[in-house]
Design a protein around this ligand. Structure first.
Ligand code: X90
Length: 274
């Protein structure tokens, strides 16, 4: 079995453990929040609600990636879309350093063109392939194929932080601020936010997501939902999936800090196999 380390950045909503997690940061004029296992995301969210000045985020440094390589001969880094973050670039620098120092070691840096649950699916797939004794190059090939069968949807109540940080067009963001409106969208093919529909109310938004999943070719595969302080909506969506596909593997987790910052309270992000 390949002696390998898998590392994601914290936008994957995975707590650091066997899988390494390179933290992003949320930065205000008064404080810097590091998106690691020790951070109290509820506290950060409350702080931000009562803070009205500029807030931004920062991607992991090359060192944040490198320090998690653990001297392994094979390393897999899974990054939030390069279309919205420098995380992928940092990981590439870490790879270049590591491979220069240890020419016999190999690092694969994957631009997920996505975030959240879709990154988790990629990490799980790599774990599976390693357990099945796949070699490094074959894993790279398999992941290329796998990611053409995964997708990411989101439901947002506010796009304020996305707009303030230049990650979406501010015209789109304005429409969401209206009371009761939820924006449903997906990760586009080039790894940017693509809005699909403005829905009136959460129930309609969840209904639309469930329908859109079927349209995109969901047939009962894995679903990985992350919610920003909205476990009920996550559960309701999970139930809709299970009502159609009782054997589906659906998992729900809370967003870590990076996704909480951008998805904002009420938001959902879900990765699934199609
Ligand atoms: O490098 C950085 O500072 C991080 C910037 C991240 C910006 C976007 C994060 C979005 C997270 C929102 C819904 C999902 C959108 C997925 C589009 C690919 C969550």
């Amino acid at each position: 079995m390949l002696d390998a380390k898998i590392i994601v950045d914290s936008s994957a909503d995975i707590n650091e453990g066997k899988i390494g997690v390179a933290p992003l940061k949320i930065v205000t004029n008064v404080k810097e929040y590091i998106d690691d296992n020790d951070l109290d995301v509820k506290q950060m969210t409350d702080d931000l609600l009562s803070y009205n000045d500029k807030s931004s985020t920062a991607c992991p440094s090359p060192e944040d990636w490198l320090s998690r390589f653990d001297d392994k001969p094979y390393v897999f880094c899974i990054c939030i879309t390069s279309g919205l973050s420098g995380s992928y670039n940092s990981a590439l620098i870490a790879k270049a350093d590591y491979e220069e120092k240890f020419p016999e070691r190999k690092v694969l840096v994957i631009d997920s063109l996505s975030t959240g649950g879709e990154m988790r699916l990629i990490a799980e797939k790599i774990e599976e392939l390693i357990a099945q004794d796949y070699g490094f190059e074959d894993i790279e090939k398999e992941i290329g194929v796998y990611t053409s069968h995964t997708a990411l949807f989101f439901m947002l109540e506010s796009m304020k932080n996305l707009a303030n940080n230049g990650r979406v067009n501010s015209l789109i963001a304005k429409a969401v601020g209206l009371l009761g409106i939820r924006i449903v969208g997906k990760a586009s093919d080039v790894g940017t936010l693509e809005t699909l529909k403005k829905c009136r109310g959460e129930a309609k938004a969840l209904e639309f997501i469930a329908e859109s999943m079927l349209e995109m070719g969901y047939v009962g595969g894995k679903v990985r939902i992350a919610h920003c302080f909205n476990p009920n909506a996550a559960q309701e969506l999970g139930n809709k999936v299970l009502a159609k596909f009782p054997k589906a593997d659906v998992q729900i987790v809370p967003c870590k800090a990076l996704c909480s910052f951008y998805a904002e309270p009420g938001g959902l992000i879900l990765g699934f196999e199609k």
